[in-house]
Design a protein. Sequence first.
Lengths: 178, 553
Amino acid sequence: MDLAEAFRNYEDKIVEQWVDYTLSSYKSSTFFKKGPDKFSNPVGGNTREALGRLFKLLTKNADPKEFVEPLDQIMRIRSIQEFSASEAVAPIHAVKHITREILAKDSERKQFIADLYDFEFAVDMAVLAAFDLYMQCREQLYKVRVKEIKTGTVILTDSKCPSNLLNKDKGDPVQIQV
Amino acid sequence: MALAKLEQLSKSVVQGPSLATGAVPTKDWMDTPVIFKEGNFAYPAKKEKVEYLDSQEGLSFPNARIWSPDEDDWKLPEDWQETILKGLKERLDKFRSLKIFMDCCVRCGACADKCHFFLGTGDPKNMPVLRAELLRSVYRNDFTLAGKLFGKMAGGREMTVGVLKEWFMYSYQCTECRRCSVFCPYGIDTAEVTMMIRELLHTVGIGINWILEPASNSNRTGNHMGLQPHTFKDNVDFLAEDVENLTGVKINHSFNRKGAEVLFITPSADVFAEPGLYTAMGYLALFEQIGLDYTWSTYASEGGNFGLFTNNELMKKLNAKMYAEAKRLGVKYIIGGECGHMWRVVHQYMDTMNGPADFLEVPRSPITGTVFDNARSTKMIHISEFTADLIRHGKIKLDPSRNKNVRATYHDSCNPARAMGLLDEPRYILDHVVPEWFEMPENTIREQTFCCGSGTGLNTDEIMELRMRAGLPRANAVKHVIDKHDVNMLSCVCAIDRATLSSLMGYWNPGCDVCGVSELVGNALVMDNEKRAMGYDAEGNESELPDGFRTMV
């Protein structure tokens, strides 16, 4: 019996609690926790899928670069919701504490808590990556907004295009000879 | 020990509301006030736009002023409460549907998790049942015996400034897409509840600029952008020139031509903004190839009707322009372009507002002879119906390989799908114009389609985050087909979609473009005497129009 076995044994339970903790950050989280599939419940479904994938990577000494894909799945959502930066990222940390708690309750496996250093370091790396993703998503959001302003109707309605210049008296229709 | 740390973790991060809709609910929803902050509300209408609309015959837009939702004082008229309650009474008497919707909801919750705003925000007041309850609670309090006697115990509450602010917050976090109504066992149209709330808000001077400015522009010059006839004409001319440069076929189009068989009306965004421009080029190419006797109008130069997002009087007035123009020009019927809410107005409200259009003829395709009985009353048919019929009768030659770089999926635009049942025609067209296309998951398409997240005049940039949240369910389904089938093009039949989905993809699924179905038709269309231009594809290889109408030559 080793830590890897302990992770395998408790993977479902840890991920379940992790998902639960993460989704509890929403005001009305019951449906997000229970909603049937990823398409009718995008927040819950993606959170579940992403954390499940991330946990596997965290426990197998994966290259931190591999964390980015599942983290993106979850951070892309949390970055545009009503969270502060710390609130958006905080749930990623939670898996450390959940894992410790679950192992501590198992008298046969609590000895492995001392071996969690690598795992917890991997979680730290994931948290840092999550911050990067949070910022990237925010920047992307603003780029989308700027692009919309630059290419949108504003150019036609609020810029000095000839048609707009003619538009002096907004109250009166312009008389056009047809 | 570990859980104690976890608890600390929860507490150490910044607590409480951030950008959006308010506080963590520790109280009953009725006692949870809304908090307006930059980013969670669309900007209020400009004073001069409200004044202009108010000056128009048959319209009432009182209390024009400079104000902002994030200030405590909304500068309401003194008798605002009386105005709202009187307005509600009038509407309950006038619209039987509203009275029924107020009375018959049993709060079963079938709609609760069907709203894209709820799914993207997790805010319980975005559950359609609760959004409707915002109005229903006032209705109960003042218009039902139980409410008059028992007040809050009977689910009633007094109309206060707090309630009014809540109405504003949540009636503008609803795109009137009607997905919730599909699931309601009583058929309650929650979109119509939102419409009524918005109408009532306008009676005391509460409205947003992104809706009222296009609406006033539309009334004034005929289109949302406020562009004048010559500009509209110039832009269509430019597009016709572009089609000629790309295909070698000269486009013979006309404006305001009396005696044309068909009047063609499309959203002005198709004429002025990418990627709608390419869709408009598709219309021009198709009509040229089949030799349709049609005209554009610079008077009815807008298919969109922002009156639908405002009040029924303005909706009626804007809709009337299309029919007034059809009458003036003496056309037989109208073909409408790829617009969303125009079709809801035409299909569901036009008949009782301005119809029946008995001075027009039942649409009959001059090419196939098909009579469109479905449009017997409104005399207006959708471009997709018209095109699908041409394909069905083999009247146009299409080469799907001309769209070989396109791996499409199809987004059912809410209004054509749910308000007029246009589900199969665009799919039939896609079958014939692209080599392959892929459906999104079943519970996200057809009647159950998810909104783009920015309809009903919410496609304004100051609420970009809110739009991204609301568009999550749609974007999430698109991502699925991107991952599974390498889809690179999201096609649709709505101009607002073409604008809003472009931004939505820009955030959620970069690299996925957006197009109208008619653009793909134009690309695939084999035209008589064509001489197609050469261009370079992404790999730098020269070939005939590698990117269809988007090819730079």
